[in-house]
Structure formats: structure tokens, C-alpha cells
Ligand binder design. Sequence first.
Ligand SMILES: Cc1ncc(COP(=O)(O)O)c(C=O)c1O
Length: 366
Amino acid sequence: MTARLEFGESFTDHVVLLTWTAETGWESPPRVQRFGALPFSPATAGLHYGQVVFEGLKTYRRRDGSLGTFRPDAHARRFQQSARRLAMPEMPEGLFLAAVDAFVARDGGALPTDDERLSLYLRPVLFASEASLALRPAREYTFLLVGFVTGGFFSDRADPVSVLVSREYARAAPGGTGEAKCAGNYAGAFLAQQAAADAGCQQVVWLDPVERHWVEEMGGMNLFFVRGAGPDAAVVTPPLTGTLLPGVTRDSLMTLAAERGHGVSEERISVDQWREECVAGVITETFSCGTAALVTPVGRVRDGEHDWLIGGGEQGPVTKDLRAALSGIHQGRAPDAWQWVRHHPHPAGTRRVVSSEQGAAGRAGR
Ligand SMILES: Cc1ncc(COP(=O)(O)O)c(C=O)c1O
């Protein structure tokens, strides 16, 4: 039994870092040094003007004991898109992957070999490190990658979460930074997250910023709705309108759901429609998805005086099946048909010998 791990509170021993300057471009290869305090100027531009973008991706321990990182290339590309939106330099994909490889090679061994629920969360961040308060894009940036072992965002298990629809606050604006993974988006969301907690909910649900009508996403996750049941069930997710984050998990689940024969569509669903279709039994399940929380059922929604359960507040079968399908790929129990996993050599001393149950486990993971 593993002790409860608080998300992002306790880090592994190393940090990968490199710099970019207007004169010299990207430093390569990345450096690896011990995790610890870094010197910074009180005039660090990123602190003042918020030129900060980040990513979140995970490395998993696979059945054969090796380590694999899920879709780091997709995260590298989103990191570039986020940087572009904030007028920051775009880190080459190969350099991003080199930083991931360097980190996993050094600290991957921190991931226990005997608990499949655990994963290594990697947090790359790029920030304006020039000591200047000039109101323009900085001319120097620092990239850091830190990591920690985690059991998940909400908990190790897929217990349904309760969510509060935020009517007071908006996360993003048309033409704004909603589709970028930049630090300011998260700072702006904390108050709404607090309001959700005060209302007894674990997460906030964001509506579109213009009509305040359409369901967009959650605090750190995308949303899916399931209509119908059984093999004919269809999954629906809000379209990428520019005000929500294009999740890597969202993209992966759309592929997996289609492969499993479900109808898959991007469709705007209003919050009233969400409630009415749940009450009428048309929407049978809702789940959130993201790197941190994987696939998590939404069991209960609060919106002003409205308060409703989805699927009786329990995890539904489509949610469960998609969660199992995704973790089967993460953990090497299911074939990786899309080559989503980047494989790393075994860090010293962590190899685990697994028995012949692999074939059966592969099928069970589907
Ligand atoms: C606001 C927001 N939406 C959605 C997601 C899900 O994205 P991903 O599946 O790439 O982790 C995240 C997490 O990164 C997020 O912060």
C-alpha cells in the first residue's frame, strides 16, 4: 500500500534546464542538476508580465518494468503553440524530447515498480528570465523540467467528482489565451476553483465567455458527454473554439472511442441541455479527462439552484472502459497502435520481471 501522495508537493532529485537568448538561441543539450533553489533577479520579466508557459505529461512504469512517456511529441507541439501565443521562442520538438529523455534517464527510477497506479508527472516550464521591465517580449528565457511521483489528481481511484458551473467568472475570452497553457490562465481560475470548493464541489466547469451558455471545460480537464448506452453509445465533446485547451487526453480518447465503435463528435452543449438530457436519460454519463486525472467520472453537477446527478452519481461503463483502454496503453497492457508511447531505456536497478500473465492482462485492459 502506498502512502497518499499530494499532487505536486514533493519532487524527484533533479531538474533539467536550459536557456534561450536572442543572441545565442537554444542551449543544447539540456543540463541536468540537482533539484534546488535557483538564483533570480527581482526584475525577472516573467514574474512581472507573466510570460510563462508550461506543460504536463506523464511517464508510466510498464508491465515489463520499462518506462514509457505518453505522447511527449504532442505536448512538445502544444508547448510551441502556447509559446507562440505569448510571443515567446518555440522550443524545437527534438530539444523538448531530449529534456524529457534526460529527466527520465536520471529520475525515472523514482517510479516504484510495484504500484501500477503511480506515474511520474513531468512539468516543463518556459519563462522570461531576462532581468528587464521593458514592456516587450523578453530576450532571454529559461526552460526547466521538474517531476514528481503521483497517484493522480483527485485520488488514485476513479471516484466520481462533483462540479460547480461557474456563472460569475470566465476563464478565457475570444482572441485571448484560453487555448494556450500559460500560467495566467490558472491564476485567473483559482478564485472560481475556491468557489467550487466552498460549494462542496471538487471542480469548476467553465462556460463559454460570450453567451455564458455553452459548456467548455473544467479547471484542468476537458469534458465528454455520453449519449445512450452499450456499443451504440455516442461520445460528444465541446469543439475547440479557441477558448479551451486542446487536451492531449481529449484527442487520444476521441481516437480510442472511435476505434471501439462509438460515434464521436464535437458538439456545443449548453448547460441547460446538459441538465435536461441527464434528467431525460439521454446523457447517461459525463467524464472529465486530462493528463493528471486521466479519465474521471462526473457524478454530480451544481448550477445555481439546480443540482443534478449523472448516471445516479456512479461511474458509467463507457467511462470505465475508456479509462481502462487508455491506462492499458500507458502501462503496456494493450497494443500501442498509434505509437503514442516514447520508450526509455531501463534506469539502473529498476527492472521488474513480469510473469506470463501479460497476454491475459493485455486483454483485460481493453
Ligand atoms: C485547462 C485544462 N484543460 C484541459 C486539460 C487537459 O489537457 P491534457 O489532456 O493535455 O492534459 C488541462 C491539462 O493540461 C488543462 O489545464
